[in-house]
Write a protein that binds this ligand. Structure first.
Ligand SMILES: Cc1ncc(COP(=O)(O)O)c(C=O)c1O
Length: 429
């Protein structure tokens, strides 16, 4: 059973990093990644699905190049949602067969580039399929091509990351375009795959499976039409996207990938046969629980009913948490200046704020914490996905140092040095 990292493990790794001299005075915030845990997650995923499946881990969830190269050491691939992400995947050394290119707004040049490289491409619209068609006429490519379908099975609890409602900016809606999508498969002999992605975090596995079911029915129906038309081809690539929710709460058991896989296999056994090449695009499941963030508490402001702990990361790294606090959650622990876990509960509640110049820069509102003092470290749990990769440049704060570690801190690796002021200057130049 794969679960979240415990407070004790984080404290151990923190103390070891401190004792190894890895946390300097300037490191007011440090990001940690448990690379042993990352390995477990990927190995778990790979072991569950058929050997032929391609696990294209979503670059957008965590784009650190050293993490990408770490992923490369397993037999996994990457999902790139933009041309620069495709560049990252290529430069991390992934072969074209292990890259899936999914951007919803691809230019002709970008499509031509991807076709030339031979990566798997998922087209997002009819217009994009036409562009692929034109380019295929000019120079046939060995890229497997799929089309993203919105199965319109409903939204989950987080609207901003739900993409399979009646309306979505992504993919081709199934209800109004079923026939037209099928005709594309009859018309384009290079079109082999379907792609779905239902949402991220807010969608229960049952909703994800409803999406698979809806599109699989369409695939079976279309394959029958291809057969009756005497065509020798069929839809044989099924990309189920990502979206398996993880636990961000101390007291919530996460849904396990093994359960998800068992349910898919039980309900849609064909997807586990050689009739299909399966593609997955998990991001959060791989990364979220492997990372955590420690920030020194610089000040504690006193008010009558509440204390405000002022730390060194905020809405620059926790965009979602600060802008949509009702949708996103991170557990918080407090370590003393030596890295020991503080326990107990202060008589006052705490507001935890970042260093940015705007009032919404709050990562926790009126929560219970042990007594917090300046010089303590605030530990924000489960920050491995959609945090650093969404870094905002507002107030030009420097991106903190990123430490990777194995076996609770027996071995460390600097994944990224704290951003230098000269790099910052370059960014704005
Ligand atoms: C097309 C696509 N695939 C995969 C993912 C990864 O989703 P998750 O990180 O929830 O697994 C996303 C995330 O939004 C996505 O848009």
């Amino acid at each position: 059973m794969l679960s979240r990292l415990s407070e004790t493990k984080m404290s151990h790794a923190f103390v070891r990093a401190m004792n190894s001299g890895l946390i300097g005075e300037a490191d007011t915030a440090i990001l940690f990644y448990d690379l042993s845990h990352l390995r477990e997650r990927i190995e778990d995923l790979i072991s569950l699905f058929p050997k032929s499946a391609l696990h294209a881990v979503a670059v957008k969830a965590n784009s650190l190049t050293k993490i990408l190269t770490e992923i490369k050491t397993f037999d996994a691939g990457l999902e790139a949602a933009s041309l620069p992400e495709l560049f990252l995947a290529e430069h991390a050394g992934f072969p074209p067969e292990q890259i899936v290119f999914d951007s919803p707004v691809k230019t002709v040049q970008e499509i031509a580039y991807a076709l030339n490289l031979g990566v798997h491409i998922n087209a997002d619209s009819f217009a994009e399929l036409e562009r692929v068609s034109e380019l295929q006429k000019q120079k046939p490519s060995k890229s497997p091509v799929g089309v993203r379908i919105n199965p319109q099975v409903g939204t989950g609890t987080i609207l901003s990351t739900s993409v399979a409602g009646e309306y979505s900016k992504f993919g081709i809606p199934m209800k109004s375009h079923r026939e037209a999508i099928a005709e594309c498969f009859l018309k384009y002999d290079w079109l082999r795959g379907v792609h779905i992605h239902i949402g991220s975090q807010g969608c229960e596995p049952a909703l994800l499976m409803k999406g698979i079911e809806t599109v699989l029915m369409f695939v079976n129906e279309t394959n029958e039409r291809l057969r009756r038309a005497g065509l020798q081809r069929r839809i044989d690539i099924f990309d189920i996207g990502g979206g398996l929710p993880v636990s961000y709460h101390r007291d919530k058991e996460p849904f396990q990938m093994s359960q998800y896989k068992e349910e898919i296999k039980f309900r849609f056994p064909d997807l586990f046969t050689d009739k299909f090449k399966l593609i997955t695009e998990f991001g959060r499941y791989i990364h979220a629980n492997t990372g955590w963030t420690a920030s020194r508490v610089e000040y504690v402001k006193e008010e009558q009913h509440v204390r405000t702990a002022m730390i060194h990361v905020g809405a620059d790294m926790f965009l979602r948490k600060c802008y949509r606090p009702e949708d996103w959650h991170h557990e918080i622990s407090v370590l003393d200046s030596k890295g020991n876990i503080k326990t107990g509960k202060d008589e006052k509640k705490y507001i935890v704020v970042g260093p940015l110049c705007f009032a919404g820069d709050m990562i926790a509102r009126e929560i219970d914490l042990p007594k917090v003092e300046p010089g303590d470290y605030m530990v924000i749990h489960d920050t491995g996905a959609y945090t650093l990769s969404m870094w905002s440049r507002y107030n030009s704060r420097q991106i903190p140092k990123v430490l990777g570690y194995y076996e609770d801190g027996e071995k460390f690796e600097i994944l990224r040095e704290r951003e230098s002021l000269s790099t910052l200057w370059e960014f704005w130049s």
